[in-house]
Design a protein around this ligand. Structure first.
Ligand code: FMN
Length: 406
């Protein structure tokens, strides 16, 4: 299948531009052997390359290119399939944008095209060319330093979490995972995750239950969470708990129940964030929004968990605005390398900024993901890079510290 990959990257500072000629000559031969064609643009700082050919070969060459130490911050912008090559003649031609008059540069690039049909701007790939040549997206090219430029130093946080005590509820154990602001070295909130002997109370646990049992168990497990939190001295930390949206709808007085449990366990509503997963809301959005109003009037904050994982997210945001949203881990994974993920995350950030909703990122595992997200404007994070869910032993957070690179 004819496959096209487009990426952009940044030339390393210690690589002389002159060295590119030799690299291009060698690459040209390798591409010709693999039946891969394309074009490489260079603007003095950034590369922009289109590779076309059989899927396997294009992916292999792109993989080799992505390991090349002469450039960094590779971001895959497009991976698509089509009937014909756009640049069929050239194995790999370097096109230095600086050598052409600005107004002619795009036409000069298009003149290299070999498509039987005239290359037109209806083509997504060519739209990417235009954007690169005209530098309209340059503000979104974040310069991410190498992962090794940060050290993640585990620091004990018993003071904030209180000493560990085994739970008195034999059915459940509680794990706490911090949501943090890594640069301010601040704990923003603790998410309470409840585990049964079979694993975490989550969607899979509830799938095994039938009828309205699910909602009863969901609600009473919050009582357990608050009781277990009382056993630790959380010193006024914000506590996040997960709730199935329909629990609020199906169980009358669910909010009163929560408020009562919050109170008798020495907590206050303003300290509690209730997180809902977006895809579960779809079936009863009107009733759900009404129930959320009651929750909010009691002082409890509301978050949408795993935003972007389901298909109700934007509709939900139009209907009611939570205090926070947590971007789903799947969108966060390798965000520093993926143009589509970057575009989606940036759109979520822009939208939430307009609505004054706090955004946090879930499932952060790599330093580069975190650095990219910080550059994009997110400052609250949850993920194993910083802290795993804490069940027992000494709780700690790995705060990032900038290393002096020699
Ligand atoms: C911006 C840039 C574009 C490159 N384009 C290609 C290319 O199209 N084809 C290719 O075989 N190598 C290309 N290379 C070189 C590869 O990264 C790599 O050096 C080559 O595949 C040989 O790999 P090896 O040294 O591991 O054998 C490019 C390198 C850079 C920095």
């Amino acid at each position: 299948m004819l496959t096209t990959i487009i990426y952009r990257s940044h030339l390393c500072h210690d690589v002389p531009v002159k060295a590119l000629e030799g690299m291009v000559a060698a690459a040209n031969l390798r591409n010709a052997e693999a039946n891969v064609t394309g074009i490489l643009l260079f603007n003095g700082t950034h590369f922009f390359q289109l590779l076309e050919g059989p899927e396997e070969q294009v992916r292999r060459i792109y993989h080799d290119i992505s390991q090349d130490p002469r450039h960094y911050n590779l971001v895959e912008l497009l991976c698509d399939h089509g009937p014909t090559r756009r640049f069929g003649k050239v194995g790999m031609e370097l096109f230095d944008l600086r050598e052409h008059a600005r107004e002619e540069v795009l036409q000069n690039v298009l003149d290299k095209g070999t498509s039987p049909y005239q290359l037109t701007y209806n083509d997504r790939a060519l739209q990417f060319f235009r954007t690169f040549v005209e530098s309209t997206e340059k503000g979104n090219y974040y310069e991410i330093p190498p992962a090794e430029s940060w050290e993640f130093v585990p620091t004990t946080i018993s003071d904030e979490l209180g000493p560990y005590k085994a739970s008195t509820a034999s059915e459940y154990t509680l794990a706490l995972q911090p949501i943090i602001d890594p640069l301010a070295q601040e704990i923003i909130a603790l998410e309470a995750l409840i585990f049964t002997h079979d694993g975490e109370i989550s969607n899979t646990y509830f799938e095994g239950l039938s009828g309205d049992d699910i909602y009863e168990i969901d609600l009473t497990s919050k009582k357990v969470a608050f009781e277990m939190v009382r056993e630790r001295d959380l010193r006024g930390q914000i506590l996040s708990v997960n709730l199935l949206p329909m629990t609020l709808v199906k169980i009358p007085h669910a909010v009163d129940y929560l408020l009562h449990e919050i109170k008798i366990n020495g907590l206050v509503p303003e300290q509690i964030v209730v997180e809902f997963t977006e895809h579960e809301v779809v079936s009863g959005i009107e009733e759900f929004t009404a129930a959320v109003r009651v929750l909010k009037s009691a002082g409890i904050s509301v978050a949408i968990d795993n935003f972007g994982a389901g298909f109700a997210g934007l509709q939900l945001l139009a209907q009611f605005q939570p205090d926070r949203i947590k971007i789903n881990a799947e969108l966060i994974r390798d965000v520093h390398k993926s143009g589509p993920r970057q575009a989606i995350v940036q759109a979520i950030i822009r939208c939430c900024r307009s609505l004054e909703i706090v955004v946090s990122a879930l499932g952060v595992e790599k330093a580069e993901e975190w650095m990219w997200l910080e550059s994009a404007g997110i400052s609250h994070f949850q993920g194993n890079l910083f802290a795993r869910p804490y069940r027992q032993g000494t709780p700690s957070i790995s705060w990032p510290e900038k290393k002096e690179l020699l």
